[in-house]
Write a protein that binds this ligand. Structure first.
Ligand code: GCU
Length: 440
């Protein structure tokens, strides 16, 4: 049975020892890597260490946030700025006039059940590269603008969705070349169920993250960040934006396009991504409050999992120069040795989504991503949701794999590992329907 949590016990963020039930612990068991980038990884709860979470409801000047007004006019901005300075880096403003070209408008797809539109989005007025193709479907019978699920994909649109009408896409291969999708691989990860989304009255859209920026060290040169880089600047600033911020920025441009497409209700656009793209949708949702709902799948370290827990991947692993330092602001790396001095943690990233619904999907054998760390972050974001009149998880006990909580903060741990599984789909659809479908 889930029981109501006493929020005062959770925050102000007290020293969290490990509130880990034996039941939940037994569910998290599987092979994980022992050492990554020469750094050992811990999977023993007793060795997670003690830590104190920064209080999302205490302002820098000590003021306690007691109402929604102080949250939205003061504390939220402080937390957002901390994430920009210390973790993801600072993104540029949206372009003044977004340029886009619709090259396929409302063609019949999926046996006539959907209308497909494809558009190319250019990020500035004076450059043609990089550019992003957005593929979208709306239910054929829709009479009104529909809510939309926007999925950021590891793969080009032509291989993300099974529809021969989609324009052949290109992806970046291991040799840092753009090749036609289908030949160069690209991780699958997600058994997408587009028809099921349409049947619930939602539209579905996708874009390939490599259209925004390729995912390798030095990829900035070929991608969005290269477009914005000041000529002659050698050393990036400590708060320069990383690749995750670039991908997030691209998602906001898709939303700019939806605002201009009368088939879409742009006030009801949900974003979803897996793994590093789960981290991406969290940051996109934090930065751009027009996104109505956020679904990070197995986002793990530097996504929804608490960095202060030394369990699975930690900041030292993720920012190792041989791994993913380029995803983040340069300053973030310094917290690998001293995570307790990081002024933010995952619960504060989740609180930036509040009051909008957020659904965390994790996997019980995905130890590297620390599912329990995601659960604890969700618990600790609860007081912010409650302050804003919404419902957090309302439990301190992690539900077993297969049981979903679908409050304004949702949590679902599938029985399995890293990535999206078929079992996630009914949960995703119920969550979307519950929170974004208007009563007609
Ligand atoms: C690596 C990385 C994770 C990331 C994952 C992914 O495992 O360590 O932080 O989430 O890749 O994106 O698949």
């Amino acid at each position: 049975m889930l029981h109501k949590i006493d929020m005062k016990k959770i925050l102000p963020a007290i020293t969290v020892c490990v509130l880990f039930s034996a039941k939940a612990q037994s569910q998290i068991a599987d092979f994980p890597p022992d050492t990554v980038a020469g750094i050992p990884a811990n999977y023993i709860e007793a060795k997670v260490g003690e830590y104190t979470l920064p209080d999302p409801l205490k302002c820098a000047d000590g003021q306690i946030v007691a109402d929604a007004e102080v949250w939205s006019s003061k504390r939220r901005d402080e937390i957002l700025a901390l994430f920009e300075q210390h973790q993801f880096g600072k993104s540029p403003q949206a372009p003044k006039n977004l340029r886009f070209e619709v090259f396929d408008r409302e063609s019949a797809a999926f046996d006539g059940k959907a209308k497909r539109t494809q558009a190319t989005i250019y990020f500035t007025n004076d450059a043609d590269e990089p550019k992003m193709d957005v593929l979208m479907y709306v239910p054929a019978e829709a009479k009104k603008p529909v809510p939309m699920l926007l999925y950021i994909s590891f793969r080009a649109n032509s291989v993300t969705v099974d529809d021969p009408g989609v324009k052949q896409g290109f992806i970046w291969n291991r040799e840092r070349k753009k090749v036609p999708a289908g030949e160069g691989g690209g991780r699958r990860f997600a058994p997408l169920n587009v028809p099921a989304v349409l049947e619930r009255g939602f539209g579905f859209a996708t874009a390939y993250y490599g259209d925004i920026e390729p995912d390798f060290d030095g990829g900035a040169e070929y991608g969005l960040r290269g477009l914005f880089a000041k000529k002659g600047t050698q050393q990036p600033e400590p708060d320069a934006w990383g690749a995750i911020a670039a991908w997030s920025w691209g998602l906001s441009r898709a939303l700019d396009y939806f605002e201009k497409d009368e088939k879409v209700d742009a006030s009801r656009v949900a974003i979803m991504g897996v793994s590093r793209l789960g981290k991406t949708v969290l940051w996109a949702g934090a930065l751009d409050q027009r996104f109505a709902l956020v679904i990070p799948v197995c986002s793990g370290e530097s996504g929804a999992a608490l960095s202060r827990r030394n369990y699975g991947e930690n900041i030292a692993h993720i920012t190792a120069p041989t791994r993913f330092d380029y995803w983040f602001a340069p300053r973030y790396q310094q917290y690998g040795d001293d995570v307790n001095s990081l002024p933010v943690d995952a619960h504060m990233l989740l609180s930036l989504i509040a009051p909008r619904p957020v659904l965390l999907i994790t996997g019980n054998t995905d130890k590297w991503s620390d599912p329990y760390g995601e659960f604890l972050a969700a618990v600790a974001a609860g007081p912010v949701y409650e302050l804003l009149g919404k419902q957090g998880l309302s439990t301190e006990g992690m539900p077993p794999a297969g049981d979903a909580i679908l409050n304004d903060i949702g949590f679902f741990m599938h029985d399995g590992g890293h990535g999206m599984l078929p079992a996630d789909w009914p949960v995703i659809l119920d969550f979307l329907q519950q929170h974004l479908q208007k009563e007609e």
